[in-house]
Design a protein around this ligand. Structure first.
Ligand SMILES: Cc1cc2nc3c(=O)[nH]c(=O)nc-3n(C[C@H](O)[C@H](O)[C@H](O)COP(=O)(O)OP(=O)(O)OC[C@H]3O[C@@H](n4cnc5c(N)ncnc54)[C@H](O)[C@@H]3O)c2cc1C
Length: 592
């Protein structure tokens, strides 16, 4: 006998588990979240929230809270490479390269055109408390910190978990129809024997979170700075530093610096060496930082071979762990549970078959594999930068000093070296301008959709150039529309936050209205129909014709959008039997 019955048990109160709770609450799915620690994480891990995540947060009423306290794009839309922050030596305080990043600077217009909001930057150490507060407001009494899942069994279409209430030191049993293991890979995957595929243990990264006043030295708009100098072994060995707020820009009170070590280097545990190393790296001998935390993380690029084990679903770091480059860790985790939550809601409401839950792995595993590969590519590319500026890892300091002198020299060879550095460092756009990696991913024909036979569009191999499309499986293109009261509404706002589908039609699409009623009635799902167009009678106006440019269907066609703003089905024209087509599409999506 269980002490408690819930439709969904979420294990893990990190960014992924808390997001799952928020989405489930909005979808009206009763659930419980348990987290073994008493508090959210003290580790300064993720900070960059890409546009897709912010769209999801917008859909679920979280984005404004993040924008209100996170860094504005003017304060984080750039990254830099320089020799040091201080010092008066001939090679000190030299800027090697600057790059626009995350949709800042001249990237801004393109990023703004493609999504209803900018990317965000808010360190996980502060984001998790914010998410916890919102999750608790939406599910009072259901977010339980200091409760640890000790054990579980899968029986008769349920997962029965034994939980330790660490405050009361008591145990209780929860019977859940489904379980989301957002446990960072600590508990479920390993005990279920799920293989994590890919290279692991590549580097030990030591992150030092500290407070210091660097306002005199820091470039105001830059989020991350790499320090490259003749003494550094490589950009990762030398150190990368990130502003952590809570005030943004040069006045940031907190910072994190990452040093990379070989996993067998005993020096990596020498915490006494950290402050001297920091002073030396920054060339600020007087620096007196308050160190909050020194943490280690091992560089992996691993993806779970199975994401569904019976009624247990792995999500977030439990399903994939990758280098932090491109910031795809937490972002992918939030997007995982966004994909899963509406499917659980549909199945629990009796609208969908079990196959809809199988589509979770079918859709997310390839996206996450690509993300993990991309993160590794971006990580390794930093070694291209070292070579590009002439830094030879392991060479005598004198040799590397000469290389730096040459790089900055006012000579023809200096100009040539700088031009080469620009080309090489420019390839780090793969990491910092990965607009298509972030927005352009699509789910395959086997997913919860009805494919239309169109060819998979080629993607920019550099990951930057995103081409919006309504091809089934792709993220719905964003366009600003004018709502009935004239207010701007994104195409992304039309599905709302409660798990509904929407059928977008044009001015000649009237027959789809009856089709939506009939198909919806057959499958027990309501399908609101929204006419978008220039006609005065349209539900939403397309003021500048942007949606007409993006929709890739005629005025008589239709686009069926899933609750997660991915396209489920489209018809370029009136197919003759719109009810039949829409019924097929919905049945295919819902696994019926
Ligand atoms: C230096 C660094 C920088 C990064 N930068 C970025 C970035 O800019 N953008 C980005 O998207 N990602 C970034 N990441 C990655 C990101 O931090 C992780 O992907 C993210 O924390 C994963 O969240 P999660 O909720 O899946 O897992 P976790 O944060 O690991 O949370 C899992 C939780 O489950 C709990 N748990 C485990 N077992 C049990 C149990 N049996 N019972 C109850 N609770 C349990 C744990 O205590 C933990 O709190 C970065 C990572 C690092 C190290």
């Amino acid at each position: 006998m269980a002490d408690l019955d819930v439709p969904v048990l979420v294990v893990g109160g990190g960014g992924c588990g808390l997001s799952a709770s928020l989405f489930l609450s909005d979808l009206g799915v009763e659930h419980l979240l348990v987290e073994r620690h008493a508090t959210t994480s003290h580790l300064p891990k993720a900070h960059y929230l890409n546009q897709r995540t912010m769209e999801i947060f917008r859909q679920h009423g979280v984005a404004d809270a993040v924008y209100a306290v996170g860094a504005p794009i003017e304060k984080f839309g750039k990254v830099r490479w320089q020799t040091s922050l201080g010092g008066d030596g001939e090679l000190d305080r030299r800027t090697i390269f600057e790059m626009e990043a995350f949709g800042g600077g001249s990237l801004r217009a393109r990023y703004e055109a493609d999504s209803p909001g900018p990317a965000g930057n808010y360190p996980q150490v502060r984001l998790e408390p914010l998410l916890r507060r919102l999750a608790t407001e939406r599910a009072p009494g259901r977010i339980r910190y200091h409760h640890e899942v000790l054990d579980w069994e899968q029986v008769d279409g349920a997962v029965v978990a034994t939980v330790h209430d660490r405050d009361a030191d008591t145990r209780y049993r929860i019977r859940a129809r489904y379980l989301i293991a957002a446990d960072g890979g600590k508990t479920f995957g390993p005990r279920l024997g799920v293989e994590m595929v890919g290279p692991t243990n590549m580097l030990d990264m030591v992150s030092t979170h500290f407070s210091a006043d660097l306002s005199e030295h820091w470039d105001d708009g830059s989020l991350i700075t790499w320090f490259l100098n003749p003494e550094g072994e490589s950009s990762w060995g030398a150190g990368a530093m990130v502003q952590m707020g809570p005030t943004w820009g040069r006045d940031s009170e907190e910072w994190v610096v990452h040093f990379g070590f070989r996993p067998d280097d005993p020096e990596r545990f020498n915490s006494d060496a950290i402050v001297p190393r920091l002073r030396e790296l920054l060339r600020l001998p007087e620096l007196d930082p308050t160190v909050h935390q020194v943490s280690h993380w091992i560089l992996d690029r691993i993806v779970a071979e199975r994401w569904r084990i019976g009624d247990i679903f792995l999500a977030g770091d439990a399903a994939h762990r990758q280098p932090p480059t491109t910031g795809l860790g937490l972002n992918t985790g939030i997007q995982d549970v966004h994909n899963l939550a509406w499917k659980l809601a549909q199945v629990l409401a009796g609208h969908a078959g079990d196959a809809l839950l199988d589509s979770y792995q079918l859709e997310r595993l390839p996206v996450s594999t690509h993300g993990a590969d991309w993160a590794l590519l971006a990580f390794m590319n930093h070694f291209v930068i070292d070579a590009g500026i002439g830094l030879v890892p392991g060479a005598p300091v004198e040799a590397n000093t000469e290389a730096f002198r040459a790089l900055f020299s006012d000579t023809p060879i200096g100009a040539a070296l700088r031009a080469r550095a620009e080309v090489c460092i420019g390839t780090q756009a793969w990491e910092f301008q990965a607009h298509d990696v972030e927005l352009g991913y699509a789910y395959p024909a086997e997913g919860a959709l009805l494919a239309d036979g169109s060819a998979v569009p080629a993607r920019d191999p550099r990951g930057g150039h995103y081409v919006p499309t309504t091809r089934p499986g792709h993220r719905l293109p964003h366009a600003w529309l004018a709502g009935p009261d004239g207010r701007p509404v994104s195409t992304h706002d039309l599905v709302g936050d409660q798990g509904r589908f929407v059928l977008l039609i044009g001015s000649d699409g009237g027959r789809w209205r009856a089709a939506a009623v009939d198909a919806g009635a057959k499958l027990g799902v309501e399908i609101p129909v929204v006419e978008v167009g220039a006609a005065g009678s349209a539900d939403y106006q397309d003021p500048d014709g942007r949606w007409a440019d993006l929709r890739e269907v005629s005025e008589a066609g239709a686009v069926l959008v899933r609750p997660d703003n991915h396209v489920a089905f489209r018809s370029a024209v009136d197919p003759g039997d719109p009810t039949g087509r829409l019924t097929d599409a919905l049945a295919s999506v819902l696994g019926r």
